[in-house]
Design a protein around this ligand. Structure first.
Ligand SMILES: [Zn+2]
Length: 324
């Protein structure tokens, strides 16, 4: 390439970057105005106490709110509610609506980012309300999410818990759940991927179990259903010592949900049967080499586990590409 051609191409790259930055800042100013309009139009949700997430479409702006004061391990956020609410309210339009950028006044967590990666497209967090927009929009509130179809153990009936006393037993239970998925032969949305997952506590009691049903609602992976059903029913985090057995390595969305909802991230153990080589499953926050996971494991090593036991558990729970 001649020097002149090289300079021209560098100039074009610089110009296109400048255009992208300009577009992004215009988009952010518009989002700040929208946030401001939202709080003015909904005085029952004050900005000091509620976060909002919204996505604009031809029909107006769909929105979900969440109280700002909440526990770290909760399985919902304004963004999670928005995405799941759009799939529940308008299943046939959801993919089209969620191609637009989502905005939220809340900071983004690993759980929010994971769900956007798998079931939506792009998101901007921490939007501060400011100004006023010149084109008012019709706001449409999404209903609270329905209770998931996952089965959850009943704490009031201790004897009703199924006990899976070994990892092999727990994994074969997850396989059974996966094999029971009704796989239709009709349109795409009837074809759920065969994935089953089970959450057991330190004594092997089944706290929750679920099968994948993501073909009509992209957020309903087995692990997301499992965690949300457990937390929505019992109102507590995934307890210390609990383990998750799943037939497929959790993707970014499921890993973010598990990570976010564990009482103690250094204790959560996830066993999977099949490695997922896709871009959404290969590298997640649960991987042994993720910086967050390493920090958690260092805490765990220093605090409690005897050396040999830790190594054994660690290899089983973080097999890299190996099976447990
Ligand atoms: Zn997943």
């Amino acid at each position: 390439m001649s020097r002149l051609a090289l300079q021209c191409s560098k100039f074009e790259v610089m110009m296109s970057r400048a255009k992208i930055r300009e577009k992004q800042s215009e988009e952010l100013v518009r989002a700040e105005q929208r946030a401001s309009d939202f709080y003015r139009a909904h005085p029952q949700y004050s900005h000091s106490q509620w976060d909002v997430a919204w996505v604009e479409g031809d029909e107006g702006a769909w929105f979900s709110v969440m109280p700002r004061a909440r526990k770290r391990w909760e399985c919902d956020s304004a963004v999670v509610r928005l995405i799941q609410g759009v799939y529940e309210s308008t299943p046939h339009e959801a993919r089209r609506i969620l191609r637009h950028r989502i905005f939220t006044t809340a900071p983004l967590t690993e759980m929010c980012r994971g769900m956007v990666r798998v079931a939506a497209k792009t998101v901007t967090g921490d939007v501060r309300p400011c100004g006023e927009s010149s084109d008012p929009i019709h706001w449409r509130e999404l209903p609270a999410p329905a209770v998931s179809s996952a089965e959850v153990g009943d704490k009031t009936h201790e004897k009703s818990f199924l006990i899976l006393s070994s990892p092999a037993q727990a994994m074969s239970h997850a396989e059974k759940l996966a094999s029971e998925i009704q796989r239709g032969s009709g349109p795409d949305y009837l074809q759920d991927r065969a994935v089953g997952a089970v959450l057991v506590d330190a004594d092997g009691r089944v706290l929750a179990q679920a099968a994948n049903s993501n073909s009509s609602n992209k957020t309903l992976h087995a692990e997301v259903k499992l965690v949300q059903a457990f937390i929505r029913k019992h109102g507590g985090a995934i307890p210390d010592g609990a383990r998750i057995f799943t037939t497929l390595k959790p993707c970014k969305m499921c890993a973010g949900m598990i990570w976010n909802c564990a009482e103690n991230t250094s204790q959560i153990r996830v066993f999977y049967r099949d490695f997922d080589p896709g871009s959404l499953g290969r590298v997640t926050i649960l991987n042994a080499e993720s910086p967050e996971r390493k920090r958690a494991e260092i805490v765990s090593m220093a605090e409690s586990c005897p050396e040999g036991e830790l190594e054994e558990q660690f290899l089983a729970a973080n097999p890299g590409d190996k099976k447990p």
